[in-house]
Write a protein that binds this ligand. Structure first.
Ligand SMILES: [Zn+2]
Length: 1050
């Protein structure tokens, strides 16, 4: 080892420059991370393969400015020098540096780090008079030469740079290393990678524009980081996350609680207008300074575009108001923008190639893009990234990344939804698919004898069956129930697909599943978390085949159903029946004859005996589930109401109907058993690993979010006690209006939107009283029962295995994840879940709009439906349309100053007049007199679609009568009461059955696999699954409330 000195030029905290001399140790041996190494380097972790045509060493400028291009997985054999990485850290900040680090760690990217400044031959000390840039170029070149020599010329080495000087200086030194520009490199080596070349042009232009920026200040400068930090510490500034309103030029900076000792700030600091927001964008972490009290303002309360979702804790006088003084952390992501049509496009002064593109997300400011493709891109949706937002510029500068397609086309819009929610679902890579077990007609998959020996074999002893939606491919869960000890005990079993057996920790499949975190279900397609060979085959607990499972089995007292014993372990099962809900329901109700495909071959008597056995199992299961439910009800479990609709599609993706989702009773039985298994597994892993278990908690809602519910209930004479989940559940049960069952449904909807979101967490970071699941009324809860489509469950399966091993006295085969790692994972999964829910909601809205748009009001029947008022704003109403499960605003006042006036027969039209809001109602006055609209009034609305070129289409409601349609009123409304339920269930069963049979028939006629199935290994079946899945938890997650929550915890 050689000791030398290294001189660093650092910036001091005051902004000056400091010269620091550090001891610097040089080594002979530094890992080269190449599989061609003949020097016995200590190469751990990733190594570059030897079968490439070249290795590429990017210089500092390329790594700093063009990292996005180096992120293409197609580019292989990249050597990042320490010199370049340190330059990123110094000039681009932590965010970009972390990005580079995760790139280096990610096994899907073929790149390594070379610590060139520690290698005695590669290292070059800086010479007198040499500029930093010259020195860096020399260091990188020297590193490239070292590689060439170290590998004895066995691999070509290419150094890439954006500087012509560097090319001129080094390309003719004839050291075996090629030095070329990035542009030439992409053109000559990667001609097929057009996306990378376009991105290069795009970034290049953005960089040039940045240099030619004017100097006139549009915004106050941000304060330096150390001033912000000191100010936050002293209480002068408040730290929080910016949430921009979708509806007006307003933002709220939400404090994270810890930084605000001031309880006034729990609902955030209001920031009005662009100047005070000072270039902070939605999601950024900022420091705000409060304005004097005299300048505080109230939050906007008017109804505006696309609004049907705000939770109300608003509109009460003034609220703390402030201005942004600095940005602590940017939250920029990929944005979808639309390039304006030519006539509307703004010419930015001298340079007509600078276009102001409009982001799809209304919370994001217009982004200035420099492009030569402005004509081609008109009215196209394009993915862009923001590069900078200087104080001299009214808008942020960005560059385009790729073109999605013409706005308004289905594929473009679906891709937009995915990107806007940061969902990346590339096809599974070949390397990953090679990890998969094979199951083909030529090479059928077989149970491994070693596994038979180590697992409890239930194949001959237990009647195992599944109950799922018709046509379900990914069967995560199966059940068994049997009588033991001469009928004094009952044994209930929940057997879950043993996904963790097939997905090794740290494998490519595991990394991809973790990064997706969940299967994404959109209205017309789904993107699986795991490749199809697992999700639809080897992990799917299909009927009649041997499968590995992870099981929980309880021994219950046959009379009291008290738990006598519980067993956790790995099993081998063979499911006897793959039932769908309707079958199970029909068997339970004794509605014959029920066709069970598994019994078709048997003689009638044998069939009857088998059916009787199955029916008895279902009845026992129902009895147990009712008991479990009653137990949770006593603890305060909530029955909530989420509104969801499902678009029924035919093969050409035309929508045939919109069906509101409804739970089935038999589904509750299955759900109850799953909740029970999740609860017991949560207890088991938390007891085994008090600090390192992954659980799921549902925090109690904040009381102020109940104000809408409490006030609305009071109008109908009901008192809501919201002090606990039990009190709330009881008040909701009592709030039944015998005249109008929808009142209870709406109140449950309001309760749902007051809810917090359930989240995964690492037990070590919370005290045990925080573990509580408010909605389910359980002290501990986790997710264990759906490992095929949720990554959290895979982690929980691994934890359960480790706990079982620990019980046996065996040590862990692998160390558990640390608390910090687990919490990071939990945070990541929570984020992805919100994204998945948001994407599902947006795709449903997209299809809703397609449905209502296709009927031209000029020619076809326009959509007129009954609605019920569930919210009052100062210029309109929030209306729920039960027939379509639709919630949307309806204006009572328009921009021309006209108001909706009702004539004596109830029909409404627009007249000039005024509106006045009172508690629980709003009155319009015009020359025809006045009309009052009150909460819970039934009215008639016309449904249409409002299209905008830049954003998603939105459903629009217009009040056409202040009374419901008489014909529809005569129709009995489905009730949620106990008596009404079985009737409702049957009706929904029938509807669903018809729809699903149609879908099945269509699928059967389909000649061959779709493009997605062939290329992506991902299926495209309509999303029938979500109709019945996880009703309880879905009901807790009102999707409308989600938008807000997303922002809070992003
Ligand atoms: Zn080596």
């Amino acid at each position: 080892m050689i000791k030398t000195e290294r001189i660093l030029h650092l910036k001091s905290s005051r902004g000056g420059k400091v010269r620091v001399v550090r001891e610097h140790y040089l080594r002979e041996r530094v890992p080269c991370c190449s599989s061609l190494c003949r020097h016995g380097c200590d190469n751990e972790g990733k190594v570059l393969p030897g079968d490439l045509t070249h290795y590429v060493v990017p210089d500092v400028g390329v790594v700093v400015d063009y990292l996005e291009i180096l992120e293409f997985t197609e580019l292989q054999g990249i050597v990042f020098t320490q010199t370049a990485c340190q330059a990123v850290q110094h000039s681009k900040g932590r965010r970009q540096y972390n990005r580079l680090r995760s790139l280096l760690k990610d096994p899907r990217h073929d790149c390594v780090l070379f610590t060139n400044e520690f290698q005695e031959q590669a290292y070059c000390p800086r010479e007198k008079g040499e500029s930093q840039e010259e020195w860096q170029a020399r260091c990188v070149y020297s590193a490239a030469v070292w590689y060439y020599n170290h590998l004895a010329g066995a691999m070509n080495v290419v150094m890439i740079t954006e500087k012509q000087d560097t090319v001129a200086q080094y390309s003719c030194l004839n050291s075996g290393v090629f030095v070329i520009t990035l542009q030439d490199y992409l053109r000559d080596f990667w001609p097929a990678l057009q996306a990378a070349r376009e991105l290069h042009v795009s970034i290049c232009q953005a960089l040039q524009e940045k240099e030619s920026e004017s100097s006139q200040k549009e915004f106050a400068e941000h304060l330096p980081a150390e001033v912000l930090e000191a100010g936050i510490k002293s209480g002068r500034y408040v730290k929080g996350t910016v949430q921009v309103s979708k509806h007006c030029n307003e933002a709220v900076v939400m404090t994270d609680g810890s930084s605000s000792k001031d309880s006034d700030l729990t609902s955030g600091v209001l920031v009005c207008g662009g100047k005070h927001r000072n270039r902070a964008t939605h999601g950024d972490v900022v420091a705000v300074e409060l304005l004097p009290k005299s300048e505080w303002r109230g939050k906007a309360t008017a109804l505006s575009e696309g609004q049907a979702e705000e939770r109300s804790s608003e509109g009460s006088g003034t609220t703390p108001t402030g201005r942004v003084v600095g940005v602590l952390q940017r939250n920029w992501r990929d944005y979808v923008v639309t390039f304006p049509a030519r006539d509307a496009s703004q010419s930015q002064g001298r340079n007509s190639q600078r276009i102001l593109a409009v982001p799809w997300d209304r919370r994001i400011p217009k982004i200035r893009i420099s492009t030569q493709q402005a004509d081609v891109l008109q009215e196209h949706r394009v993915v862009v990234r923001i590069d900078s937002w200087e104080s001299t510029s009214l808008y942020p500068n960005g560059h385009s990344v790729r073109v999605l397609g013409r706005a308004g086309e289905l594929e473009t819009e679906i891709q937009t939804i995915l990107i806007e929610n940061s969902i990346h679902v590339a096809p599974f890579s070949d390397a990953q698919l090679r990890e998969m077990p094979v199951n083909s007609p030529e090479r059928p998959w077989k149970v491994d004898p070693a596994q038979v020996a180590s697992r409890r074999d239930l194949r001959d002893t237990h009647l195992v069956f599944s109950i799922d939606p018709l046509g379900c491919e990914d069967v995560d869960d199966t059940l068994s129930v049997r009588s033991l000890a001469g009928g004094t005990l009952l044994e209930l079993g929940v057997h879950i697909a043993d996904v963790s057996h097939f997905v090794a920790e740290g494998s490519l499949t595991d990394l991809e599943a973790r990064s997706r975190a969940t299967t994404y279900y959109l209205a017309d397609r789904r993107y699986d978390m795991l490749p199809a060979v697992l999700s639809a085959d080897l992990c799917s607990l299909l009927g009649g085949v041997d499968r590995y499972a992870a099981s929980v089995m309880w021994q219950l007292d046959a009379g009291s159903l008290a738990v006598r014993d519980v067993w956790f372990g790995r099993t081998l099962i063979r499911s006897s029946y793959q039932l769908h809900y309707q079958q199970a329901q029909a068997l339970l109700l004794g509605e014959g004859p029920v066709h069970v495909a598994e019994l078709a071959e048997l003689q009638p008597e044998a069939q009857d005996a088998k059916l009787a056995e199955l029916t008895q199992a279902l009845e026992t299961l129902t009895r147990i589930a009712r008991h479990l439910r009653a137990q949770r009800d006593r603890g305060g479990a909530l029955e909530l109401e989420g509104v969801e609709v499902r678009a029924q599609l035919d093969q050409e993706k035309n929508i045939t109907a919109l069906v509101p989702r409804q739970p089935l009773e038999v589904h509750e039985t299955v759900a109850e058993c799953m909740i029970y298994a999740n609860h017991w597994v949560a207890r088991k892993i938390q007891e085994a690993f008090p600090h390192q278990a992954l659980l799921r908690r549902h925090p109690p809602p904040r009381q102020e979010f109940f104000s809408q519910l409490v006030d609305s209930a009071e109008i109908r004479g009901f008192r809501m006690d919201t002090r606990s989940n039990k009190a709330l559940a009881e008040s909701l049960d009592q709030a039944e209006d015998p005249e109008d069952p929808l009142v209870n449904r709406l109140l449950r909807m309001m309760a749902t939107s007051a809810m917090s979101q359930a989240v995964y967490f690492a037990t070590g970071l919370q005290s045990q009283d925080q573990f509580y699941h408010y909605g389910l009324a359980l002290d501990r809860y986790t997710h264990f029962t759906s490992p095929i489509r949720r990554y959290a469950d895979i982690i929980v399966h691994r934890l359960l295995s480790a706990a079982i091993e620990a019980d046996k006295g065996a040590g862990h085969s692998r160390p558990l994840a640390s608390i910090k790692e687990l919490e990071d994972t939990a945070h990541h999964i929570n984020q992805k879940n919100r994204a998945a829910q948001e994407a599902q909601k947006l795709s449903t809205q997209l299809f809703q709009c397609l449905y209502f748009r296709e009927r031209d009001p000029q020619t076809g029947p326009s959509y007129v439906a009954n609605g019920i008022i569930y919210g009052i704003k100062n210029n309109g109403l929030l209306v729920f349309v039960p027939e379509y499960g639709l919630k949307a605003p309806a204006y009572l006042k328009n921009r021309e100053g006209q108001v909706v006036a009702a004539s004596p027969d109830g029909s409404c039209d627009w007249q000039s007049g005024s509106v006045r809001q009172q508690p629980g109602s709003i009155t319009t006055s015009s020359s025809c007199g006045s009309s009052t609209f009150s909460l819970f009034d039934h009215i008639t609305v016309r449904i249409s679609v409002k299209s905008t070129p830049f954003h998603a289409d939105a459903v629009k409601l217009e009040v056409i009568s202040n009374k419901p349609r008489p014909s529809a009123e005569a129709r009995p409304q489905p009730a949620r009461s106990a008596q009404g339920r079985s009737q409702l269930v049957q009706e929904v069963v029938r509807q669903v059955e018809e729809a699903q049979q149609q879908a099945q028939e269509k699928a059967a006629r389909r000649p061959k696999a779709s493009r997605e199935e062939r290329e992506f290994g991902q299926s495209k079946t309509p999303n029938l699954y979500s109709l019945l899945e996880e009703v309880r938890e879905l009901a807790l997650l009102d999707l409308d409330a989600m938008a807000r929550l997303c922002a809070t915890t992003a």
